[in-house]
Design a protein around this ligand. Sequence first.
Ligand code: NAP
Length: 288
Amino acid sequence: MKIGFIGLGIMGSAMATNLVKAGYDLTVWNRSGNACRPLAEIGATVAATPRAAAETCDIVISMMADPAAVKAVRDGVDGIISGMSAGKGFIDMSTVDAETSLNSARMTQEKGARYLEAPVAGSRKPAEDAALIIMTAGDRHLYDEALPILGKMGKKILYLGDTGSAARMKLANNLVMAGMLTALCEGLALTAKSGLDVAQLLEVVDSGAMSNPMFRLKGPLITADGEIPAAFPLKHMQKDLRLALRLAEEVGQPLFAAATVNELFKSALAADLGNSDFAAVSRIVHRD
Ligand code: NAP
């Protein structure tokens, strides 16, 4: 089976590397060509366009920044859809809104091919360790066929039903994550302003029911001075909040806290923190 992989950013490069290491015949494409080099060095073929990857592969996976990036590699004469034909599969693992995913499904099906959405939870390290949580929805036969491939990238794989279900689930997941991270930042800022030891707050939180891997990972980065290099870029978390709020509006669900958290992340973007880790939102919360 030949697999195409489009989008070699933080997540895509780690996921594609795991597929090559697992022995798959991989063809890659990325907008900036230098991201392809490490994959080529371990045996991947580099395609000239997303279309060429789709034409030569059985299944094409994409891992793009946002809905606009998905459209950029999906549509047009050099896009993935142009290279699709009956029997092939298109799996989009990007975090996008359900509308983008439903359009991808429709366009793929018009070519007689099959579509699966498969956004992931887990960041740079879980991507490297093939320990992602993969939420899928769409074509059940493609899911069954792709399960061994997804198993080389993730530790838990869920099938959630019709196209759009996984996209929506992923947005709900990230809304929780943004809120938790913001609460941690505010708790740490309050601790510092009260003249208390921030390391002790981390210890207190970690000793009880609120203990979790994200606080253990991000807490020390937040309390240390300096830049926080991106595992999950802040600009992508703001995108997820924006899409979650749009979904909430569509279904009529008020999101009191998430709306405020989104304003905080917008302020962080305005402060040029978009390419830092999303934990850098702490720099907006905590100001001396
Ligand atoms: P990233 O490092 O910013 O990579 C984004 C990818 O999209 C790159 O390959 C980039 O190409 C490409 N891209 C952006 N705009 C494009 C355009 N207009 N045309 C063509 N290609 C374009 O992002 P990431 O962290 O890997 O995240 C990828 C997706 O996974 C996002 O949807 C994110 O929300 C989601 N996600 C991320 C994490 C995480 O912790 N990082 C965790 C779970 C889910 P260039 O290299 O040329 O810029």
